[in-house]
Design a protein around this ligand. Structure first.
Ligand code: SF4
Length: 390
């Protein structure tokens, strides 16, 4: 008999599984707390469970962590772990400590099928979805490893925020994502508030609607362009769900979101999407005369982290500031993300590491770059915004 991995279960699923063993819900709660609040994987440690239950658990279940392939620690305190998920696949998680919070960036897929031009994971191609247990194993390992290292008092957390911004498009792995989010939010699990758990999406519109109905946590949307012609090139999913549809989904999401704004992520690419014209296009897009009217939002400008296959460059700092100023002058709350973990390749968009390219996506993207022609996307050299010199 194959042992069940208890990290795959949210509390309801664990309760149902325990009931099959003839155990009541409160036993499932105890077990759940041992696993997620105390980081236990050895059933013998679980001293308030009856010996008979511990023996059934030992026969039929495991708490299966992911093997750690490597760990890198940055001078700024950022930690990057590479986890083995089998068959030559690996995923990365990044811990980012700040004065008032500890954020863990979690992966949802091995690789990614969306293929954003500026993203090293996108260049790697798609291998497979992670299971709920594999998503949670990243948080379980990081939280309890850091607690042990830091000697954190019982009941205190090290990780206060989770962002689903690692490798993969989380909304293309919805079935595994939602139970993992439930465990993060559960008071018997990690007890995080919905405001402190963020799902970042490139804009899978139907799944944004489902998440709003099922479990509306904070939402970040990878925007990266102010018009469809450029976004079709940078985020190919835009050809399926263009900006007007995406913004409509954002408006609907806001009716149930734990925050009263959407965070738009915008990776600043030199000469591609960083012109004054693009900044003004963003103001028009989310302003009162945009396709769905005013969208309450914040912009997070992300300095691009170049990697050789991208053929793209980071926007100069002065350009980023000028771009930000146009958004601010237009009334949009805008921040420029501090880069963290640069020295260990843990910064945004660098989460491919030494992971194998199983689909030759890198080769495809290098050989068939795309040119922006206003109003259309076509094969040709690396994208250039004609308004870049503005
Ligand atoms: S930015 Fe996100 S959605 Fe786009 S390719 Fe990278 S991991 Fe996938």
């Amino acid at each position: 008999m194959t042992a069940v991995n208890l990290l795959d279960f949210d509390l309801d699923a664990l309760t149902a599984w325990c009931e099959q063993l003839g155990e009541k819900r409160f036993r499932a709660v105890q077990l759940f707390r041992w696993i997620h609040q105390r980081g236990a994987s050895d059933f013998e440690q679980m001293s308030d469970l009856a010996k008979s239950l511990r023996s059934k658990l030992a026969d039929q279940a495991v708490v299966q962590p992911l093997p750690v392939v490597s760990e890198h620690r940055s001078a700024d305190g950022t930690i990057k772990w590479l986890f083995d998920v089998g068959d030559g696949n690996a995923v990365e998680s990044v811990y980012i400590p700040e004065d008032d919070r500890g954020t863990l960036c979690v992966s949802s897929q091995a690789g990614c099928a969306v293929g954003c031009r500026f993203c090293s994971t996108g260049h790697q191609g798609f291998s497979r979805n992670l299971s709920t247990g594999e998503i949670l194993a990243q948080l379980w390992y990081a939280e309890h490893t850091l607690r042990r290292e830091q000697g954190t008092a019982a009941g205190d957390r090290v990780i206060t925020n989770v962002v689903m911004m690692g490798m993969g498009e989380p909304l293309q792995n919805y079935g595994a994502l939602v139970p993992a989010l439930r465990v993060m939010l559960d008071d018997h699990g990690y007890g995080l508030s919905r405001r402190r758990v963020t799902v970042s999406s490139s804009g899978v519109v139907p799944m944004m609607d489902r998440l709003r109905d099922d479990l509306p946590v904070a939402l970040a949307v990878s925007l990266h362009a102010g018009d469809d012609a450029l976004r079709d090139v940078l985020v190919p999913l835009n050809r399926k769900y263009p900006l007007a549809e995406l913004l409509g989904a954002c408006q609907r999401y806001l009716t149930r979101a734990p925050r009263d704004f959407i965070t738009f992520e915008y990776c600043m690419l030199d000469g591609v999407n960083d012109s004054d014209t693009q900044a003004r296009a963003l103001l028009d897009l989310v302003g009162p005369r945009g396709p769905v009217g005013r969208v309450p939002c914040k912009f997070n400008l992300i300095p691009f982290n170049p990697f050789p296959a991208s053929g793209l460059k980071r926007s100069p700092q002065a350009r980023v500031q000028a771009f930000a100023q146009i958004l601010i002058d237009g009334g949009l709350v805008t921040t420029v993300r501090k880069t963290r973990g640069d020295d260990i390749d843990a910064a945004c968009g660098q989460l491919a590491g030494e992971v194998q390219d199983r689909t030759r996506a890198h080769e495809r993207m290098t050989r068939a770059p795309v040119r922006v022609v206003r109003g259309a996307a076509s094969a040709g050299p690396v994208p250039v915004d004609p308004a870049a010199s503005a």
